[in-house]
Design a protein. Structure first.
Length: 644
């Protein structure tokens, strides 16, 4: 007996191996086998009675699963992904398959739940409208603190009572521990968690329990969209606009697209939600392709916080006097503060005062960032580390200084000014230690810290009763990135971070520090002028033919040899220009903003069109006709969320 196996490799073909009998495994089971001298894990795609002619067939080394880990729907979805995302079937299947080989138990703390939350009129109306709607796609658009989560969970209860299952996606599991507690309390042993913080065997155990139908609601990050639930009834995408829902490696899928496809297969509800929807979804709501449900008031009578804008051009140092004063007042009143900074590390760059030389990575076109803990300069892209220079290599000056600041620098500054205040820092450096993120957030929730200082990890999804003050240390960071989504990200960031303040009171305060207070994203965010901002952004996007008025396929070529990279991408551009397709706009080729990473030069070209089928076919033809040298690597990114 023979099987066709798909490996996680960028090759379109399947590979045939021999097994003892068809009883040993099933389609969707995993096996290990030798491939080109390497031992790889593959997935069984099909059986065959005879071996391909002229091919020497080897036996598999081991059959890992008697029962399949993937089901028919996964194969249907994988073949769709293969076409849409220019990936191999093997890459798509392995993206879905769980890690681990043995079922390890992961126990959620789930004491008996007493649901004493009473929905307000707005929430109740949305629940009823969704449950009685003939349309499957909905969006809950509500201001921060308006109770979107309770709406989602209430609908989920109804779906589960109907004997169906629910998948609930969140952007970052560390920040969702409060949601996980609510789900565990409400649904008990019927709830499952899928995310990368679990061990491989714990994830495998959760996966198999879901597959057996023991779990009815699954909470997880991006990859949980593939959870093998029995009878999918609803899929929730919380904080839909978050870029973490987009995969950074092949297949470069967006969980929103996968969710929509799974809901079509199962005739299930797709419910998204956010206080700051993505421009694409806002356009879908405006076009009536997506039913919008609005929550316009905070639960429990809490009020939106007040804003104070600080022009940092008139200030000295990292933190303004106004922000420091409010931090002290908040502490004295027994309340808590959250400070957000969109950077990590102790200092941004090391610069020569005399000639302006800045320390850069030797392998990437980015500045090195100083980390106080290790006392090293670190590249956040390739991981290169080195000691800070004591002397400028350009002019030999010894006047080297750290410019700008990061989360560690702000933490030290606060400790110097307020030695009596308890400060917790939460960034990706801290959460590398398993469980540290949840530990810090739990302690802050209990009032064991007075200030929570963090990066993107504290921007959304958190709900603390004692938080009165939110300070945005520098609102300009995203504005400095040359990307057509920069304004959208800045606006969303401010609204989301500000939403952590005053969720249970009427005295919430948000202080925004900026060098560009005049910027429209900042001005409209502080006025909660959300609809006006989106409408203005749509006008700009339409003029530029950017999403949502087009779809983008980005081709990125990277390699060690700069000239081969340039020649390859120019040959792709020539082919598409020669096709003279009027419905496709071509931007580039050009060097990426980060033109060199890990010693690889990077150039890209963008193809834009309102007709996705035509652009997909044209790009597929181009890639099949233009030879890509072995010396370079070609990345195809459908609907990219960043142009770095």
């Amino acid at each position: 007996m023979y099987i066709d196996v798909a490996f996680s490799l960028p090759v379109k073909k399947l590979f045939t191996y021999q097994i003892a009998s068809s009883e040993a495994c099933k389609i969707g089971s995993r096996v290990t086998a030798y491939f080109s001298g390497r031992k790889l894990t593959g997935l069984v795609v099909s059986f065959r009675d005879t071996a391909p002619s002229g091919v020497q067939v080897r036996e598999v080394l081991k059959i890992l699963d008697r029962d399949p880990v993937l089901q028919d729907e996964h194969f249907l979805l994988a073949r769709w992904m293969e076409k849409v995302y220019f990936s191999s079937l093997g890459e798509c299947l392995h993206t879905m398959a769980p890690p681990g080989r043995k079922e390890a138990e992961y126990v959620l703390q789930n004491p008996q739940y007493i649901n004493n939350v009473v929905l307000n009129d707005e929430q109740q109306e949305i629940v009823q409208k969704v449950l009685h709607s003939h349309t499957l796609m909905h969006y809950v658009y509500g201001i921060t603190g308006s109770g979107k989560t309770e709406v989602f969970l209430n609908i989920a209860e109804h779906i589960i009572k109907q004997g169906k299952s629910v998948i609930y996606l969140v952007p970052e599991i560390t920040l969702s521990y409060q949601l996980i507690e609510q789900v565990a309390l409400r649904f008990g042993s019927k709830s499952a968690i899928l995310h990368s913080r679990l061990s491989a065997n714990q994830r495998f155990g959760q996966w198999k329990a879901i597959q057996r139908g023991e779990k009815k609601i699954v909470v997880g990050t991006r990859s949980a969209v593939f959870a093998p639930v029995k009878s999918l009834g609803m899929l929730v995408i919380d904080e839909e606009q978050d870029t973490s829902y987009k995969s950074g490696k092949s297949p470069r899928y967006h969980a929103r697209h996968i969710a929509a496809q799974r809901c079509r297969y199962n005739q299930a509800l797709l419910i998204m939600g956010s206080a700051t929807p993505s421009i694409e979804m806002w356009h879908q709501m405006q076009s009536k392709n997506l039913i919008r449900h609005s929550l316009r008031k905070r639960v429990g009578g809490a009020q939106l916080p007040k804003f104070d804008l600080i022009d940092m051009n008139k200030e000295e140092g990292i933190l303004s006097q106004s922000l420091l004063s409010h931090i002290l007042q908040t502490h004295r009143s027994g309340k808590q503060s959250i400070l957000f900074i969109n950077r990590r590390g102790f200092a941004r760059v090391l610069r020569c005062v005399h000639c302006g030389f800045v320390m850069e990575c030797v392998r990437c076109s980015v500045f090195l960032i100083y980390h106080r803990t290790s006392q090293k300069m670190l590249c956040h892209y390739c991981g290169y580390t080195t000691k800070p220079l004591q002397e400028c290599p350009e002019c030999k000056s010894v006047q080297m200084e750290f410019m700008s600041f990061g989360s560690q620098k702000v933490e030290e500054h606060l400790q110097q000014i307020f030695p009596q205040v308890r400060i917790a820092r939460l960034d990706s450096d801290v959460v590398r230690k398993k469980g540290m993120g949840e530990k810090i957030l739990t302690a802050f929730s209990k009032g064991e810290f007075d200030i929570l200082l963090g990066t993107q990890m504290i921007a959304k999804g958190l709900n603390f009763k004692r938080v009165k003050l939110v300070g945005i240390v520098l609102a300009d960071t995203e504005l400095a990135v040359p990307d057509f989504r920069s304004l959208e990200r800045t606006f969303s960031q401010i609204v989301q971070v500000a939403g952590r303040a005053g969720r249970f009171s009427s005295d919430g305060m948000v202080i925004i520090q900026s060098y560009r207070l005049w910027n429209t994203a900042i001005q409209k965010a502080v006025r909660y002028d959300i609809e006006s901002f989106f409408d203005q952004e749509l006008i700009i996007r339409k003029k530029l033919n950017f999403p949502p008025y087009s779809r983008i396929i980005r081709i990125l070529i990277r390699g060690k040899d700069k000239e081969i990279v340039r020649e390859t991408i120019e040959s792709l551009a020539r082919y598409m220009h020669n096709k003279r397709c009027k419905t496709i706009e071509i931007l580039g080729p050009s060097f990426c903003l980060l033109s060199r990473i890990s010693g690889n030069y990077r150039m890209h070209i963008l193809f834009l069109s309102y007709d996705f089928r035509k652009i997909r076919v044209a790009v597929a033809d181009m890639l099949s006709m233009v030879k890509i040298p072995y010396a370079v690597y070609c990345e195809v990114d459908v609907d990219p969320v960043t142009m770095l």
